[in-house]
Ligand binder design. Structure first.
Ligand SMILES: Cc1cc2nc3c(=O)[nH]c(=O)nc-3n(C[C@H](O)[C@H](O)[C@H](O)COP(=O)(O)O)c2cc1C
Length: 413
């Protein structure tokens, strides 16, 4: 891994060599694949969720469907996968082997009990088999076992009950992995903290329907003629993940670290989650799409960006955007702008004029002879949709109005 910035970070008194973790899913299902990921530079893993052997897990087939949008594939991924279908003993043996052979990488055992006794038993096993941390999966949106997964993440008293039972059982740090399918994610987070959780992972897949077949009328994935509301992941959910992490980081009563997850593919995505308040991040769909090697780009990109910004330690990035993320009533309304056109670059397609007429301030005129837009600063709303649809880079730019104070004076001025 190249780049000179210090990417290590301490979370719950555990040293993470870097903030890049495999999230609990098919990308973290066996010791062999996790070992290869560590060799490539991933700093840790939340191992595929382990439930008790008592419940036999049989995955629906097929268990995933790609959500492609226009010419971009895997904008989202819809899945109905359950917890690990491997025998518990095999998973614990893999975790022991990984800890022995990769002592510096962080090993998080993700667990899901279907009763309080099972939570306690699984937690004991996780600790005894060498896990550095436990991640309690309160968030899978499509468990077939009633009263598990996301159903727990939506039932505050269960979150607290299960977390405190595990807290009273093990010494290693506990992470609560939360669902975004709640009105306010800080509420379950505070119950997890009350129960003794040391950190929060946000978010799991988002309960969703991505596509329905026009020929067969079946939601995807089509499992022998039936589909279901299930979990969506990938770039399409990143805005939800960033929102949740920011809300958690801004919650004054929450004092535990955050691990961000959802739609991360590049170092820019990582930087955004860190700025929102995550101390580390987890990835699944990015690896399903591009392979484990994306970590090399993440490490290099973050390092060069930190050097460019003269940031020495990763912890200094954490939460950097929070003071700039305000309630909408805190904007400076005295600052108004206009769309500025560099007409030398214009190719005369007319898109800007069409959208201004159909969805904007209707001020942008059109010279049909020259095939050029005719700006009208007085009627420009500065909504910038003309620039969004313009196919030429940097032709349209946002500029502040010079006479800003005369335009829309704020109520309190
Ligand atoms: C096929 C699949 C299986 C998953 N299984 C689990 C799981 O067993 N436990 C868990 O906590 N999350 C599970 N997840 C959720 C991921 O860990 C992650 O939270 C989610 O996919 C969002 O991240 P991403 O956009 O990087 O994929 C699974 C996701 C996928 C796509």
């Amino acid at each position: 891994m190249s780049g000179k910035a210090d990417l290590s970070i301490n979370i719950c008194r555990i040293n993470f060599p870097n903030p890049f973790l495999l999230s609990s899913s098919p990308v973290s299902n066996t010791a062999e694949m996790v070992a290869r990921a560590f060799d490539k530079g991933w700093g840790g893993v939340a191992y595929k969720t382990i439930a008790h052997d008592r419940t036999k897990i049989i995955h629906p087939s097929p268990r995933m469907a790609a959500f492609n949008y226009e010419n971009k594939s895997l904008v989202g991924l819809q899945n109905v996968e359950q917890t690990s279908d491997r025998p518990m003993a095999d998973n614990w043996a893999d975790i022991r082997w990984l800890k022995k052979n990769y002592p510096k990488n962080v090993l998080i055992a993700s667990i899901m009990g279907f009763s309080i006794e099972e939570w306690v038993e699984l937690a004991k096993m996780g600790e005894a088999n060498g896990a550095d941390m436990l991640e309690m999966n309160f968030s899978c949106p499509h468990m077939t076992v009633e009263g598990s997964g996301m159903k727990v993440g939506q039932a505050m008293e269960l979150i607290e009950k299960f977390t405190s039972a595990v807290r009273n059982t093990v010494k290693i740090p506990i992470i609560a992995k939360l669902t975004s399918s709640v009105t306010d994610i800080t509420v379950p987070a505070l119950f997890a903290q009350k129960g003794g959780a040391d950190a929060i992972t946000a978010i799991n897949t988002v309960r969703a329907l991505t596509e329905i077949g026009l020929d067969d009328f079946v939601p995807r994935p089509n499992i022998h003629g039936k589909g279901a509301m299930s979990g969506m992941s990938g770039p399409a959910i990143k805005p939800v993940g960033l929102k949740c992490v920011t809300e958690l980081a801004q919650c004054k009563d929450l004092h535990i670290p955050l691990i961000g997850c959802g739609g991360i593919e590049t170092w820019v995505d990582v930087a955004e989650y860190l700025m929102c308040g995550a101390s580390a991040i987890q990835v699944t769909t990015g690896i399903i799409h591009y392979g484990q090697r994306i970590v090399e780009d993440m490490a290099e990109g973050i390092s060069y960006w930190m050097q460019d910004k003269k940031i020495e330690k990763l912890s200094q990035v954490v939460g950097k955007s929070l003071k700039n993320t305000v309630a909408t009533d805190a904007f400076d309304l005295s600052r108004q702008g206009i769309a500025h056109f560099d007409l030398d670059k214009c190719i005369g397609c007319g898109q800007c004029h069409i959208v201004c007429q159909d969805a904007g301030g209707q001020g942008l005129g059109w010279d049909g002879e020259k095939r050029r837009p005719v700006p009208d600063d007085d009627h420009c709303l500065s909504c910038m949709i003309c620039g969004m649809v313009c196919p030429v880079k940097d032709l349209v730019s946002y500029q502040y109005k010079p006479d800003k104070k005369e335009f829309f004076p704020p109520a309190n001025s």
